[in-house]
Write a protein that binds this ligand. Structure first.
Ligand SMILES: Cc1ncc(COP(=O)(O)O)c(C=O)c1O
Length: 404
């Protein structure tokens, strides 16, 4: 097709003209999708190896989730939490059971779940632990990514995310990720929580050293500090278990969930914890108009049911082993390092060859979509419905890009 007959360039120009430039998307304009495949406005097809940063763990338009959404759209979409609706209890109970926790508090975006976790931990600190009023602190990790609100960027160590958004919210202590001694030393009598990602996604799928998560669990228990696991990106099947914490047999006090919980259809996030923690909230102290709305609950209940079968966790383990074997074969042939777990991988490209951005652009030209993060690193997080052949195809296209 001649370039000026394509719809893509004009669609990109229009998008740039009418939006704030807070993203730098790859130059593709998607118009439809199914399973692991996307189609652009010019009819080109792409294998999705990002899955909406893990928001599409079940693939695009999973039939069960789409059916639940359609059925709910025809009945009831929004009530606000001023009234109870008939989709609410099932969702909260089934998610609480999946998490093996007493209670669930539904919100919308991941950042809201993180904010909720911070508020609950502070209130728990004052009311249950007996922390001096106004002195609560939370220990977080270098290289963290927990979202974009003013409080959350206050403890980011990424200057792009943080600079010029002050004044910053106090009450956070940053320690190196994976360093249990540093974390332990940062805890004092006013520490209410440790907030970490069990695997740092945005940082490049960084897996902490073995024993770190059980160590965090032990120290938190000893010091009467809440262990908050941000499983917004790592959770819900992505790593081959329901939660990334499961790999080390660790149960945090609070799970923060989002992304895949909405089935790639609606934004749904949640906090799950026991009653001695989430029970500190009283009416009027926290909420969200759309949090736990009927459409969100109808879709997310089906998400929980899909996860309860264990099928997606199994797929992630088995197909993830294939993905990682393929990627490891490229180390020394254009890749410097490969990290990750299950169907989740961070790849460091040899910076002498090309940037992560350039690699993603070349992959897109070959019909595979992935996204760079931090210089020469690429993140792969394909939908968990991807097949063996599709994984082999993605690895082959990456090999071709790296071979120049
Ligand atoms: C670990 C983690 N926490 C929180 C968030 C924020 O989620 P949202 O973009 O839905 O606010 C993200 C988003 O990438 C994330 O990866």
């Amino acid at each position: 097709m001649i370039d000026d007959m394509l719809r893509t360039p004009e669609a990109i120009r229009d998008a740039e003209r009418w939006t704030a430039h807070n993203y730098h998307p790859l130059p593709v304009v998607i118009s439809s999708a199914e399973g692991s495949w996307l189609t652009d406005v010019d009819g080109r097809r792409y294998l999705d190896c990002l899955a909406g940063y893990s928001a599409l763990n079940f693939g695009h338009r999973h039939p069960t989730l789409i059916a639940a959404a359609h059925a709910q759209l025809d009945r009831l979409t929004l009530t606000s939490r001023a009234f109870v609706h008939d989709q609410f209890a099932d969702f909260c109970r089934e998610l609480a059971e999946l998490c093996r926790k007493d209670l669930v508090l539904p919100m919308n975006t991941g950042a809201e779940a993180v904010e909720t976790g911070i508020k609950v931990a502070r209130k728990w600190g004052y009311q249950v632990k007996g922390v001096t009023p106004g002195q609560a602190n939370i220990v977080v990790a270098e290289g963290n990514f927990h979202g974009r609100t003013t409080t959350i960027v206050s403890f980011s160590t990424d200057e792009d995310a943080r600079a010029d958004f002050g004044p910053y919210t106090p009450g956070f202590t940053v320690v190196p990720y994976g360093d249990l001694a540093a974390l332990t030393a940062a805890i004092d009598e006013n520490t209410v929580a440790v907030l970490i990602e069990p695997i740092q996604g945005e940082q490049g799928v960084v897996v902490p050293p073995e024993g770190y998560l059980p160590g965090v669990r032990r120290v938190c228990t000893e010091q009467n500090v809440l262990f908050i696991a941000d499983e917004i990106q790592s959770g819900l099947g992505r790593t081959g278990d329901t939660f990334a914490c499961d790999h080390e047999g660790v149960t945090p006090d609070m799970y923060l969930l989002g992304k895949a919980l909405g089935g790639g259809i609606v934004p749904v996030s949640a906090v799950a914890a026991n009653a001695d923690v989430l029970g500190v909230l009283r009416p009027g102290q926290h909420g969200s108009t759309f949090g736990g709305n009927p459409l969100a609950c109808a879709v997310a209940t089906e998400v929980v049911r899909l996860l309860a079968t264990g099928e997606f966790q199994r797929r992630s383990t088995e197909l993830g082993a294939r993905l990682h074997a393929g990627l490891r074969s490229l180390v020394g042939r254009g890749l410097v390092a490969v990290r990750g777990r299950g169907l989740w991988a961070g790849l460091d490209i040899d910076p002498a060859l090309m940037s992560g951005r350039e690699a993603c652009e070349r992959l897109a030209e070959r019909g595979v979509l992935a996204k760079d993060t931090h210089g020469a690193t690429i993140r792969l997080a394909p939908p968990l419905v991807i097949t063996e052949e599709e994984i082999d195809h993605a690895v082959a296209q990456l090999a071709a890009v790296l071979a120049g």
